[in-house]
Ligand binder design. Structure first.
Ligand SMILES: Cc1cc2nc3c(=O)[nH]c(=O)nc-3n(C[C@H](O)[C@H](O)[C@H](O)COP(=O)(O)O)c2cc1C
Length: 395
C-alpha cells in the first residue's frame, strides 16, 4: 500500500485515526515517547478535555461562498492559522523526519518550527520547504553551542527564534522509563537487550531506521571543538540547559530577529516576556510533558491575552486535535496555534504523506466549522462566538 493510501479517507477521517496507525508502525518506546506526558498525565488529558468546556454560539441563516482561513504571524501570511510545533527526535518517527514535516508545512502554506533535538541539519530543513521556518532553541551544549547554531540559523534564513522556557529539566515521562527509551537511545547493547523485542516486532520501522544509518548525533548541537552532540538521554542533556530571563537578553542580542517565548502559562511570565522583547508568546505546557497538573493551555490563554494587552502576538499549543479546537483558541484571542502530536502521528504513520493528511484534516475541519458557525473569516472570530465558563473570566 502506498503511504498516501495508508492515511487516506475513509481509513483516516480525523486526527485521532492517525494515532493507532502511528502505534502500529513504531516500537513501543518510540510511540509512547510521542504519545505520552509527564507523571499522571493530568495535564496531557486536560489539554484536550478543556476545549469541551467551551461551547459555540453560532449565527445561523447566513450564507457566504468561501471562508477566509488566512492569518498573519510575525509578518508572514499563512494560509491556515496553525503551524507545526517543534517535535524532538522526529527522525526516530520517520527517517525523513523534520525535512518531511517542513516540506509538508510549506506545501500547505504554513510554517514549521525546528526543534533543537533534530536529526536533520537545519540547512537541509530550510532547503526542503517553501514556507517560513523558525528555530526552537534549548541551551543544550551551553552558550558556545547556542552561539554556533544561532549564527547558522541566521545564515540559513530561519525567520524567528523560538525559546522554550518550560524545560529547566525534562519532565518525568514515566512511559519512557517503563519502555526503555533511555536505554534504546544511549545505552550499550547489554542495557538495550531487555527492550530489543519491541524493535524486532516492527520490521518496517527497523529496516528504515537501519537504512537511515541508525542512531545519529544531533547535527545542530555542536560544541566547538567537539562536533555534533551524540544522541543522548534527553534528561541528561536538558538538565544542564535551563534558560533564564538573563539568557534571553543575551540570545536577543545575538539573534536580533523576532524572538518567540514558548511555555508561558501566567500573565506575569507573559508580561516579563514582553518586557524582554518577545515578538510573540506561545501559551504552552509542552503538551503536558513537563510539570504535570498545570492548567490546560486553552484555560491559561485568557489570562495571558489579557496580560499582554495586544502588545505582542499570542499563540497557543496543547491539545489541538480538531479544527473546532483551533477556532475556540482564536475566539479566546490566539493569533495562531501550534500542532504537535496531531502532525507527528501522521509523520509516524506515513512520513510526509501523513503530515500532509493531518494538515488537510485540520484545514477541512476549519472550513466546515466556520461555515457552520456563520463566520466568513478567521479575523472576525471573537468571544461572542463561544460561551466561556464564568470561572475562566479574567477580572
Ligand atoms: C514527541 C514530542 C517532542 C517534543 N519536543 C519538543 C522540543 O524539542 N522542543 C519544544 O519546545 N517542544 C517540544 N514538544 C512540545 C511541542 O512543541 C508542543 O508544545 C506540544 O506538542 C503541543 O501539544 P500537542 O502535542 O497536544 O499538540 C514536543 C512534543 C512532543 C509530543
Amino acid at each position: 500500500m502506498t503511504l498516501s493510501r495508508r492515511v487516506a479517507s475513509p481509513r483516516v477521517v480525523c486526527i485521532e485515526d492517525l494515532r493507532p496507525l502511528a502505534r502500529r508502525r513504531l516500537p513501543t518506546a518510540v510511540f509512547n515517547y510521542l504519545d505520552g506526558g509527564a507523571e499522571g498525565e493530568v495535564t496531557l488529558r486536560e489539554n484536550c478535555r478543556a476545549f469541551e468546556d467551551l461551547c459555540f454560539r453560532p449565527r445561523h441563516a447566513v450564507s457566504f461562498p468561501a471562508c477566509d482561513l488566512r492569518t498573519r504571524i510575525l509578518g508572514f501570511d499563512l494560509s491556515v492559522p496553525f503551524l507545526l510545533a517543534p517535535v524532538g527526535y522526529s527522525r526516530l518517527m520517520n527517517p525523513a523526519g523534520e525535512v518531511a514535516a517542513a516540506r509538508a508545512a510549506g506545501l500547505a502554506g504554513t510554517a514549521y518550527i525546528l526543534s533543537t533535538i533534530s536529526g536533520h541539519r537545519l540547512e537541509d530543513v530550510k532547503a526542503a520547504t517553501s514556507g517560513p521556518v523558525f528555530y526552537q532553541l534549548y541551551l543544550m551544549g551551553g552558550r558556545p553551542a547556542a552561539e554556533d547554531v544561532i549564527q547558522r540559523a541566521k545564515a540559513a534564513g530561519f525567520s524567528a527564534l523560538v525559546v522554550t522556557i518550560d524545560t529547566p529539566l525534562a519532565g518525568m515521562r514515566e512511559r519512557d522509563y517503563r519502555n526503555g527509551m533511555k536505554e534504546l537511545i544511549s545505552g550499550g547493547l547489554w542495557e538495550k537487550l531487555p527492550f530489543l523485542s519491541q524493535v524486532l516486532k516492527r520490521p518496517g520501522w527497523l529496516i528504515n531506521f537501519l537504512q537511515d544509518g541508525g542512531l545519529r548525533p544531533l547535527p545542530n548541537v555542536r560544541v566547538p571543538g567537539k562536533g555534533p552532540m551524540p544522541l543522548v538521554d534527553i534528561n541528561a542533556a536538558l538538565a544542564s540547559a535551563a534558560i533564564t530571563w538573563a539568557d534571553l537578553r543575551w540570545i536577543r542580542e545575538l539573534w536580533r530577529g523576532p524572538l518567540v517565548v514558548k511555555g508561558v502559562l501566567t500573565g506575569d511570565d507573559a508580561r516579563r516576556a514582553v518586557d524582554e522583547g518577545a515578538a510573540a508568546i506561545s501559551v504552552s505546557n509542552h503538551g503536558g510533558r513537563q510539570l504535570d497538573c498545570v492548567s490546560a493551555s486553552v484555560r491559561a490563554l485568557p489570562e495571558v491575552v489579557a496580560a499582554v494587552k495586544g502588545q505582542v502576538e499570542v499563540w497557543m499549543d496543547g491539545g489541538i486535535r480538531r479544527g473546532t479546537d483551533v477556532v475556540k483558541a482564536i475566539c479566546l484571542g490566539a493569533r495562531a496555534v501550534l500542532c504537535g502530536r496531531a502532525y507527528a502521528y501522521g509523520l509516524a504513520a506515513a512520513g510526509e504523506a501523513g503530515v500532509s493528511r493531518a494538515i488537510e484534516i485540520l484545514r477541512a475541519d476549519l472550513e466546515r466549522t466556520l461555515h457552520l458557525l456563520g463566520c466568513p473569516s478567521l479575523t472576525k472570530l471573537d468571544r461572542s462566538y463561544v460561551n466561556v465558563p464564568a470561572s475562566w473570566q479574567v477580572t
